[in-house]
Design a binder for this molecule. Sequence first.
Ligand SMILES: Cc1ncc(COP(=O)(O)O)c(C=O)c1O
Length: 449
Amino acid sequence: MITATEMKVPRLVTALPGPKAKQVVERDAKFMSPSFTRDYPLVAKSGRGAMVEDVDGNVFLDFAAGIAVCSTGHCHPKVVAAIQKQAAELIHMSGTDFYYENLPLLAERLVKTVPGNEDKKVFFTNSGTEAIEGAVKLARYATKRDKMIAFYGCFHGRTMGSLSLTASKSTQRKGFGSLLGGVEHIPYPYAYRCALGHEPETCGEEILETLENQIFKRLFDPTEVAGIIIEPIQGEGGYVPAPKFFLQELQRICRQHGIMLITDEVQSGMGRTGKWWAFEHAGIEPDIITSAKGIASGMPLGAIIARSSVMDWKPGSHGTTFGGNPVCLAASLATMDLIEGGLMENAQKMGKYIFERTADWTNKFKIVGDVRGKGLMVGVEFVRDQRTKERAADLRNAIVDRAFHKGLLVLGAGENSLRLSPPLLIDQEQADFAVRTLEECIREAEKKV
Ligand SMILES: Cc1ncc(COP(=O)(O)O)c(C=O)c1O
């Protein structure tokens, strides 16, 4: 097993996939649901810090972090100790029916991370999608309205309610029949592909115009709209940040009409962008925030955080058997200690460093159209031609695969982008390795164009 002191960069000892990995992949094909989207055959066995070892002894540098989940790295000793201690003491009780000390303790700590003077309350869930389901129910309950507005390109989950809001890839919806009614999607302010050619900080004015002068006048009266949900930085959609003014204007519109502004921070939250929440970069105060992924370093936990006047639902109106499980809470408390204790600052510092090191990529490589994001949410968009911006999904896929074969784990995002979402504890040597390796992969892919 790898230890943090042993390895900081990859070590490959077999061809990939190795013999044991091949066996697992074969068994998986036989017994597992085929609905997953594995880009390459990583068969993980153990992890430490930003490193993952596979079943054949190959060690990878992990810039995927289990889809931006392992915020404190793999098996951080403090998180492991908290989980082990808790597992020996109490594994389950169910907050729906009983009290438990760490529920309000973690809730209070989360609330303290959220700006604004009004008191807030928390509902714990098992996953991101469950947090979204609850947020939609809460918005409807609090406003006594039922319409929702969401954005093209955003991903909010795969259960029927959250899937109704998700508008990322049609395969995620195809074949599942009719979804929640009363949901309308509008374009996301995607600066690199701004229809009107605006700059990153001004892209989206026409979308707000459409919302106010078309949607609200011709489709949904704003007094019927319960919530507007947005990822402040699109995750699955390609690591696309919404401009600051856009989020501020959405807040103004929501306040004007009594609509709940819901920010989905499932991927962008918990310190990943250098602040607790990505919306903080825009200085807004959403009514409802959803969190999951990085909140408990890999243990299944999510949260809905809302103003107390909003989270004012009656006993019995919402519940969960497992949400806020004691072991997950313990992992989350340890995670928060670590994020507060330097990891958030490191995410900011390392993010800045990676953006500096990749600043010339659009000049250096003709297939790199855009490098964007915040902190350790770095998106790279690949195009066939920088002028036409023709999407190059095949090149992106080739680069993701090449990176794997050089020991670097990364994930695609959107149609033709790649995302870097490493654990928040990476150091400069690891950032350098990732940048260098990707440069090699891009250069090799370019040769084939
Ligand atoms: C922004 C966002 N919201 C919601 C979800 C759904 O989370 P989960 O997969 O935990 O249900 C995801 C998952 O990728 C996400 O990125």
